[in-house]
Design a protein around this ligand. Structure first.
Ligand code: NAP
Length: 485
């Protein structure tokens, strides 16, 4: 059993209208530790009925919340931020326990999650409208920004806390109430955040968390209920498309943070150690289970063999293990199905002529562990080039010219993150403009921060999270035309 400093952060029921609730007749579902597949908690399996109750509670509570001053809302968000940071160790333990990532990464995610709460608490105060120069002398034209309405949020397991605060903080700061459905694999992190929000003074009904295994039913309810005015989703492109279609029936606003297939381009003139360090951080963090993870490492022919040799040397040193062990570099993949998917991509690549320089198979450790892998001589016809890998597998592709690199990089329906490594300023400007992606890291692969806009183009999504733009997704612009001044 996990020892928390504050055991009351381990919550196992849904949080609706300020109360911890079950749904009669639906029982509980198990939460697993992906490192050893043991059951670590049983959580109330709530479904559509609880979602409806939560939406009603949010609608009622928002009527008062939206009328408060931005400063009043900011003070409560600031309390939440402080409580998240004070409880970092417990929140990180819960995360590693249910998600598997090394504790150091969980701690970093908690700080990252908290950063959105701090940032948007302040941004709420700056939701300015306009005074527009009018087209007649006795007219005055104004715009005001108002909260969009009740927000539904559906979040994934790979960043169980940050994907919640990146949505909840701007929505709350704007004056919205939320109903959040976290992934069934990682409900404990979400419920602990709700407990802290409650302690911070958030009124009942403003932040509701529904947990359960009926993702389809809950998703249908959240995307069709007329009182929900906006749905924000982070997850796979497949489910994102489905939810967008479902939201069309009631013309909801949507924000979609979907899958990626990030190119990581290393030109001949790149600094080799910097480029290898960039791949290590981007590719192997969270065992490769991040949407901005380097998915295709494109390396120019002049540096190809040196790069491959150095990358292989560093990858072979990585230590797989339980995330709670301080020696661990890489934890398990989230489920057996995820492990099988990664292995099938590697098998396909090897069958089509790729070479495994490191790893290349399921680990003998069992559980969800996959050996950190480097694949050389990968080509665009392989599945590993086309699909989001979501595992610790680095496919390396050789190219000769800048034009070829850009063509290879853009040869995907995804458009989330991309990376280039070069010392040439002209090339930096040319390639950042030519890449069809929402984000470009130049000689840097750790690009996420609350102060910059995160999001994708093409099938990677709609909208931006974080930054001064992130609150716009939760605000409507109302235009006021006054005659007779
Ligand atoms: P997923 O299968 O799409 O699940 C994400 C969320 O959607 C979970 O809460 C899941 O619930 C729920 N869900 C599944 N089917 C649903 C349905 N029919 N209706 C409504 N909700 C449904 O994605 P995942 O495998 O957990 O997450 C990995 C994906 O997320 C990757 O593609 C990754 O790139 C993407 N991602 C994107 C970003 C970004 O910012 N762009 C960030 C992180 C992750 P259950 O878990 O209960 O089934």
């Amino acid at each position: 059993m996990l020892q928390l400093n504050d055991p009351s952060l381990l919550r196992t029921k849904a949080f609706v209208a300020g109360r911890w609730v079950d749904e009669p007749g639906r029982g509980e579902f198990p939460v697993f530790n992906p490192a050893d597949e043991t059951v670590i908690a049983s959580v109330s399996d709530t479904g559509r009925q609880t979602v409806r109750v939560a939406i009603e509670a949010a609608t009622v509570a928002m009527a008062e919340w939206k009328l408060r001053t931005a400063k009043d809302r900011a003070n409560i968000l600031r309390n939440w931020f402080d409580l998240i940071l004070t409880n970092t160790e417990d929140l990180a333990l819960l995360m590693t326990w249910e998600q598997g990532k090394p504790l150091a990464e969980s701690r970093a995610e908690i700080r990252y999650a908290a950063s959105f709460v701090e940032w948007f608490a302040e941004e709420g105060k700056r939701a300015y409208g306009d005074v527009i120069p009018a087209h007649a002398t006795d007219l005055r034209l104004l715009t005001v920004k108002q909260p969009v309405g009740v927000v539904a949020a559906i979040t994934p397991w790979n960043f169980p806390s940050a994907m919640i605060t990146r949505k909840a903080a701007p929505a709350l700061a704007a004056g919205c109430a939320l109903v959040i459905k976290p992934a069934a694999e990682t409900p404990l992190s979400a419920l602990a955040l709700a407990e802290l929000a409650h302690r911070a003074g958030l009124p009942d009904g403003i932040l509701n968390i529904v947990v359960g295994t009926d993702a389809i039913g809950m998703g249908e309810e959240l995307s069709s209920h007329p009182q929900v005015r906006k749905l924000t989703f982070t997850g796979s492109t497949r489910v994102g498309k489905l939810l967008m279609a479902q939201c069309a029936g009631t013309v909801k606003k949507t924000s979609m943070e979907l899958g990626g297939n990030a190119p990581f381009i290393v030109f001949d003139d790149a600094d080799l150690p910097t480029a290898v360090a960039g791949v290590m951080a981007s590719k192997f963090r969270n065992a490769g289970q991040t949407c901005i993870s380097a998915n295709r490492i494109l390396v120019q022919e002049g540096i190809y063999s040196d790069f491959l040799q150095e990358l292989t040397r560093v990858v072979k040193k990585l230590k797989l293990g339980d995330g709670r062990d301080p020696e661990t570099d890489i934890g398990p993949l989230i489920t057996g199905a995820a492990l099988d998917n990664v292995d099938s991509l590697v098998r396909n690549a090897l069958d089509c002529g790729a070479r495994a320089m490191a790893g290349g198979q399921v680990s003998i450790l069992g559980g969800g562990f996959y050996e950190p892998t480097v694949l050389a001589d990968v080509t665009p016809d392989m599945k590993v080039f086309r699909e989001e890998i979501f595992g610790p597998v680095a496919p390396v592709v050789q190219f000769s010219s800048e034009a070829e690199a850009i063509a290879l990089a853009n040869d995907t329906s995804a458009g989330l993150a991309s990376y280039i490594y070069t010392q040439n300023i002209s090339r930096i400007l040319r390639t950042t403009e030519a890449l069809d992606f929402g984000m470009v890291g130049v000689n840097e692969s750790m690009i996420s921060t609350e102060v910059a806009p995160f999001g994708g183009v093409k099938e990677s999504g709609v909208g931006r999270e974080g930054s001064r733009y992130g609150i716009d997704d939760y605000l409507e612009i109302k235009y006021v035309c006054i005659r007779g001044i």
